[in-house]
Design a binder for this molecule. Sequence first.
Ligand SMILES: [Zn+2]
Ligand SMILES: [Zn+2]
Length: 332
Amino acid sequence: MIIGLTGKNGSGKGEAAKFLQLCGFEYYSLSDILREVLSKKKIPITRENLIKTGTKLREEEGYGALAERTLAKLTPDKNYVIDSIRNPEEVRALKRRDDFFLIKIDAPQKVRFERVKQRARESDPMTFSSFVEMEDRELKSKNPAAQQLLATEKLADFTVSNASTIETLNDNVRKIIAKLSRERVRPDWDEYFMDIARVAATRSNCAKRQVAAVLVRDKRIIATGYNGTPRGVKNCNEGGCARCNSFGPSGANLGECLCSHAEENAITQSAYHGVMIKDTLLYTTFSPCLMCTKMIINSGIREVVYDAHYPLLDISLKLLKEAGVIVRKINS
Ligand SMILES: [Zn+2]
Ligand SMILES: [Zn+2]
């Protein structure tokens, strides 16, 4: 889950971020990317310089640049809090992740000014009139590459009022993440096993194509396999298989191929460990070739779930069907 925070200066985004960090969320701030840029160039970190650099970066790399740079650092398995989101394109970039939610932290202007005065950070304005003037400038910029706080706030999925205590703020943020956690959509079993197969495929040493298969019983993986030359033989991508390294048409000259297929390797890995695979489900990133189809049938695999089509699909499908093996193409 990724929680984005937006809000005007002094609204309490920092406090909300601190609370989320206590809850195990990893912290990122879009303005830290600007601080990094300024530090590298040895330019003083002032509010004005941060804003100027932000505008320049958005003009050069696209309005969502700060978000894009931050997204590149995130993995799908962790919870993150991202602070200082100030442009709607940053929100749109982050919303490409469907587990991203934007929270707007809100507080009255006078309250925010008092907080800013106490904090005294990076040339923050010290009088109420300069605070109001600065805020007007930031909120009403006509340059789409500049901060667009009002337009950004409008994209918020939740608004939290922070006019009173930190405890109330934390409590309201806690309620939001508890709700999101309850509603979180997990991948279904097909997606889960196919995703694992896709990761296994990245280990393939075949020069021509990366394929993997996962054998599953009772929703548990009992074997995996990816394509490549047999154990102890020079890897395909290092020249081990002349047929693959000639990069000819798919499905042609298979008889000369030295690479074992993913399904074949999942089946032989089970034999290697003496694991029975009768009545299992086979997830494969590619529909099986004729040779693997025959092995699938005779090893007693009950069901085949595949992702992409292989050129020899029709004859394999016909044979699997005739032998009573269930075949499904995953919806992806
Ligand atoms: Zn190969
Ligand atoms: Zn095959």
